[in-house]
Each structure stands twice: as structure tokens, then as C-alpha cells.
Design a protein around this ligand. Sequence first.
Ligand code: GLN
Length: 537
Amino acid sequence: MKKTKYIFVTGGVVSSLGKGIIAASLAKLLQSRGFSVTIQKLDPYINIDPGTLNPYEHGECFVTDDGAETDLDLGHYERFLNSPTSQANNITTGRIYQSVIEKERRGDYLGETVQIIPHITDEIKYRIRLLSEHHNYDFVITEIGGTVGDIESLPYIEAVRQMRYEMSETCLVIHLTLVPYIAAAGELKTKPTQHSVKTLLEQGLQPDVLVCRTERPLNEAMKNKIAQFCNVHSDAVIEAIDADTIYNVPLLIKNEKLDEVVLKKLKLPFNQKHDLEKWEAFLHRLKNPKHEINIGLVGKYAELQDAYKSILESIIHAGSENECKVNVKLIHSEVVTPLNVEEVLKNLNGIIVAPGFGERGIEGKITSIKFVRENKIPFLGICLGMQCAVIEFGRNVLGFTNAHSTEINPQTPFPVIDLMKEQKKVSCKGGTMRLGAYFCEIDAGSKVSKIYNNTLIKERHRHRYEFNNKYLTEYMKKGMLAVGINPDSKLVEIIELKNHPWFIGVQFHPEYKSTVAQPHPLFVDFIKNSIALRKKA
Ligand code: GLN
């Protein structure tokens, strides 16, 4: 059995420096040299998982195959590495405390006073090691959420300090900081980095590598200065300059030799060649598009890119695959009305209606769908987006006045979207939706089966409500076809319209499975058709 190496990524100075992207980029470089790598995120909040968080707090909630509701950084890990993560890849303080308290109640610590050190820190260390115990990775990269100096990250930093003390030759600490450019002085400033490292040192942790986010190149003198003040080698001061796309970051930090420094410090061979051919080809296509289209993303969080992170990234993957620059217009569903819909959606070559919960903005989504259905504009409805397509078709084609989802209108005369039986008994909000990967059987004669080139697929879910099978025959008769069915529960997972060039709704979330190496077929085909139909116009 090989010995797993542990790399910790901490952050200093300010939040939003992109620890997740740096962790994913380093992982990509190590993977491209033939190592097996996984990435884990430790989140210092008390929620058990981000499933109950509003997207305004933490952006999108990413869902794994095993049904874990996780931080959106796990999406980046999967998109970069093209390998699935699981619940074990995202741990929160809430989960740590929950399991320590459960152990205390069970009597596992009988007689002891249960304390942050050692009990909470032991639980953190256990969760870090657990990943490699099951899979025996060469590297586990653990990203510590938050910023050094926050009260809530202290137990994590302490756990890392202990792990490093116990197994120094297998652990490495990378600290991500900011080197701001002060326009008035015309200079980059290293003081925030010095202070941030000092804070880390006060907590007993000396970083091995400093990754410095900057908008301007760091020169040698600057690197030497940071090295001297922060007690690291100057070749371990890595510049992370602002990138035009996150997918360029692995190449930028490869030029800075971040992975080589890591391998040398961990006394591993560093002469293997990188296999980044496919990655570079992806980037090349992304940067040299042959087509250009405009796609509208209709949702209630239009001001908040992070709320739709995976959808936006899936569009980028599909754009590159089609050698197409895709301009995404985020459309606030609340502002769309029957009077302005034509104006708002004009010049768009395709429309995606986003997932979501609750009533806000729902009529705008339904109105947008009516417009694209009638005007034969390519449409992809995801989760709530599919449910809205079913409601719209019910109301406007089948004549089901006031048809609705019982999530929004429990009294609707036509509950075309309704709670499934098992969900009716559920009262707890956390982790109780239909979550994770489920099989779906696709009708061999459908458009979707050609798109997937398959009739049995597995996709990830996150919802409580479902298509109400009571109305299935009427929908089928009028041309809204249920072409994807869950083989066990018989729930409708995919609908497509017969008399429309590209109108597909999915109850699952294809965006969680699109990666750089494997762009999702639904997004790829949606973009392909949005290009093709635009040309005809
Ligand atoms: N609110 C809907 C449900 O719970 C859709 C959820 C979603 O779009 N993820 O079924």
C-alpha cells in the first residue's frame, strides 16, 4: 500500500481568493503526471451541510452521486479531475460536532471531559485520513474554508498542525494570500501576506509554499522579499496572476512550477511529463471559437453567478466542444411578463430555465417557456425548469386552468407537479429531498436517446416534487412526451416536445456531471442546436 501525502490549502488576507481553483489546478497537474488525487473541503460553519443554505450565503449547492449536498467547490474538483467526489469530500464543523456529540451520548468517551482538543481535532484528523483509507490515493488535498485568523477555523488549523507534527514527511501546507496592487503608490504590497503568515505562525503552522494572488506579475525581488519575511524558499513563492478563465489556472501555475515544488518538498519524483494534451485542446477551442451565440438563463438569482455555477460551467464546456463562444444573459425571472417577454428574450438563440425553490419568479419562468415553445427556440428546463414546462403545457395546451405545482399552490385544481408519497411524511428539511444519482430509462425512439447515445443513464437529483403520473396520458396525447422514466419508481425524469426542434426538460441536474474531459451531452447538443437553428433564421 502506498503512502498517501496530505496537502493542506489555507487562505489568508481576504476570502474569495480562489482556494478551490488553486487546489483543483494543483490536483490537475499532479493527476496529469500520473498520480491519483482527491480534493476535500472542510467548511467551518455549523450547518451540517449547505443544503439548507440560501444561495445568497454560499452560492450553489453541489450534489454528489451518493446524494451529499455539498459546497460548490466540489463541482470545481469534479470538473477539473473528471472523477466523482462523495460525502467524505466535504465536511462541516456541524458534521464534526454532530458525530462527536453522538459518540459522547453513546458512551464512547465514558469518563472523559469532551473537548475541542483532542476530541474535535481527532475527529477532523480522522475525516481527513478516511478518504485515503478507502481509496489509497497518492494525494489528498484538503482545502480549509474561511480565512486564517477566523475563530471558527482554529480547530482545523490546530488539526493540521498536529498532523504535520505527527507525520511531517507526508504533509505539506500551502497558504494562499493576496499581494494587492496599490494604484496610488504604483506598487504591489507584501505586508498583508506577511501578516497573514504571522497569524498562521501564531497558530503553530509554518507554510511550506505561498501562492500569491496578484493582478500584476511578481518580480524576483518581490518573491525574495516575501520568502525572507515569511520563512519559505523563494522558489516556493508562487505567483497566481488573475486569469481570463479558471481553466487557464493549471497552465499558469505549471509555468510557476507549483507542482514541481510540491513534489520536491515531499521527496517524490518530479521528472514525469504532464499529460495535458486534452486540457490544452479544450482551452484552445475555448479561446478560438468559430461561432458565437447568445443563451438566456432564466432564474430568480440572476444577479448571483455563483447560484448557477455548475450550469454556467457546463455551458462553457459545451461551448468549447462546439467551438462556440456562448454569451450567457442572466435573466431575472421576476421581471418577465407576457407583455415584455418578446423584448426580454429577443436575440437569444436558446433558453435555459433554472432550478429553484419557492414561488418567487415562477410566473416569469412559465411565461418565458410559453414564448420559446411557441417560437421554436431551443429550450432546456432543469428540475424546476422542467416542472415549469409541464405547468405551462398543462395550462396553455391541455387547457388545465390554474395548473400548478403543489409546492407553489397546494390548492390547484390541476396538481400536475406534486409531492411523491414518501415525501408527504417528511418534516425535517435537511438532507431529505430525492438526492443523488438515480437510473433513468430512455425511450429508444426519442431525441434524448440519440443525444446520450444510450437508453440507460444515471443522473443526479435534488428535489421533492415530481411529474404527476395521473396526467401522463393527456400530456403524451398532445405531444409532451415522457421519454425518460425511472425504472424503479416509474417517475418521469425527462420530457421532450414532439413538435419542436429542441425542447427538453429534465427532472435531474445534468450540470453536476459535466466536466472538461466529458462535457455533458445535453448541454453539448443544446448548444449545437442553438447554433444550427440560428443559422437557418
Ligand atoms: N422546488 C422543486 C422541487 O423541490 C425543484 C427543485 C430544483 O429545481 N432543484 O421539486
